[in-house]
Design a protein around this ligand. Structure first.
Ligand code: NDP
Length: 289
């Protein structure tokens, strides 16, 4: 058996085309969606992510601006910038590119973003909203995974989903979103004993560990849906995921490639969240109680 490939590029293109129409409609009504990105320091990977986000905004009819700070900037300057953007009616989404330099208090910075503009969904209010089934913004990477499953008509209810990884940006929200859709969810971490016992029983296996090709064919239930969130740069410069793609493809029912799987969906969902924030602003919808 060879797994069906879940083509993230193709689904991302479809979703972007649909949301571009929504952005155009909003713009005609006088509200052009706007995203502000804050970047601190000179990490080349972060700079590339920001560049790609800005390009995607341009292609989708979203206004965007970048606020760059040197790595030694005082945190207060960044907080002041966020406060100004919170008040700016032309900006509907604010994103702080992570990681921040070590002198920064991540939580303080993230929670200074207005809840209704927190398009990454990392503000504590939005995390609580997600956990209680009152989602304001779904975090982009797990949101992208859910859309991939949905667009490929992969049922979630009643399935056993195993998520490897418990980060705040991927693993935990991923587990919550699968739970919300009726899956029975197990979260595994580096402390899990006998990982294979869990993964072998997964109907849906989501891997977000940052460990190149750690999930082998022997760990996968035949016919399972395998979602590889990992993006790892190998010594030869090539990218690979957290799943041994070539081997697992022969066992799984569905699988995402790396690159071209979850990656393109993540930026797409950021665009969707920004347009959603602009739609809410235009209709006067309050998201915070
Ligand atoms: P983190 O490093 O924050 O979290 C990794 C998680 O994996 C931790 O919970 C860790 O467990 C767990 N883990 C590590 N090794 C093992 C192991 N051997 N067995 C079981 N669990 C393990 O990473 P992120 O969640 O931020 O990212 C994960 C991967 O996804 C990375 O490759 C990253 O580049 C990629 N990524 C891709 C995105 C995309 O758009 N496609 C977006 C975001 C991330 P513990 O908590 O016990 O340490």
């Amino acid at each position: 058996m060879s797994a069906l490939i879940l083509d993230g590029k193709q689904i991302a293109a479809l979703v972007r085309a649909e949301w571009k129409l929504r952005a155009e409609k909003l713009t005609q009504q006088g509200t052009k969606p706007g995203l502000a990105v804050i970047i601190v320091g000179d990490d080349p990977a972060s700079a590339l992510y920001v560049k790609n986000k800005i390009k995607a905004c341009n292609e989708t009819g979203i206004y965007s601006e970048v606020h760059s700070f040197g790595g030694s900037v005082e945190q207060q300057k960044v907080l002041d910038c966020i406060q100004t953007l919170n008040q700016n009616v032309h900006i509907h989404g604010i994103l702080v590119q992570l990681p921040l330099p070590p002198q920064f208090e991540n939580n303080r910075v993230i929670t200074s973003i207005a809840v209704e503009k927190d398009v990454d969904g990392f503000h504590f209010y939005n995390v609580g909203a997600l956990v209680t089934g009152n989602t304001v913004f779904s975090p982009c990477t797990p949101y992208g995974v859910m859309v991939m499953l949905e667009r490929n008509n992969i049922a979630i209810e009643g399935k056993h989903a195993v998520v490897i990884g418990r980060s705040n940006i991927v693993g935990k929200p991923m587990a919550m979103m699968l739970l919300e859709k009726g899956a029975t969810v197990t979260i595994c971490t580096s402390r899990t004993r006998n990982l294979l016992e869990f993964t072998k029983n997964a109907d849906i296996l989501v891997v977000a560990t940052g460990k190149p090709r750690m999930v082998t064919a022997a760990m996968v239930k035949p016919g399972a849906v395998v979602i590889d969130v990992g993006i790892n740069r190998l010594a030869d410069g090539k990218l690979c995921g957290d799943v041994d793609y070539d081997a697992v493809k022969a066992v799984a029912g569905h699988i995402t490639p790396v690159p071209g799987g979850v990656g393109p969906m993540t930026i797409t969902m950021l665009l969707c969240n920004t347009i959603l924030a602009a739609e809410r602003a235009q209709s006067g919808i309050q998201v915070k109680f």
